[in-house]
Design a protein. Structure first.
Length: 133
């Protein structure tokens, strides 16, 4: 920072009151008025404790009594291919990302209940089965 009186570099931040104005002054100019605030050593900032939050994962449980078929990925892929749709076309039709559908077809992603309903509606197939058998 520079001294507001003479323009020289002010290495220590000394605030001086001159004629009612509070100015930043260098060591030489600080004698021209009354010192308002002494330079102080830079204090370390207190760091807040970092609390790692666990990401919220929606429940993957389907309706009571129903569960997702074991081969849901291949069922989705086979039905999509039977309808003559590409992944991109199906994604646009469902308003979902293409990468999400790729992960569902490869069974790397377990779809939520809402996504299962969208898939069933778009492809006209059932991805749920009774789990009480």
């Amino acid at each position: 920072m520079n001294c507001e009186l003479c323009g020289k570099p002010a290495f220590e931040k000394t605030f001086v009151e001159i004629d009612g104005a509070v100015l930043l002054a260098c060591d030489e100019c600080s004698t021209l008025g009354s010192i308002v605030q002494e330079p102080r050593a830079e204090s370390q900032k207190m760091r807040k404790a970092f609390i790692q939050k666990k990401p919220f994962l929606p429940s993957r449980e389907l309706d009571e009594g129903l569960s997702l078929k074991a081969d849901y990925g291949s069922a989705v892929r086979n039905k999509r291919q039977a309808l003559g749709l590409t992944l991109e076309e199906l994604a646009k039709k469902m308003f979902e990302k293409e990468s999400v559908l790729q992960k569902i077809e490869s069974q790397k992603l377990i779809p939520s209940e809402q996504l299962v309903a969208k898939l069933e509606k778009a492809l006209q197939l059932s991805l749920r089965e009774n789990s009480r058998e």
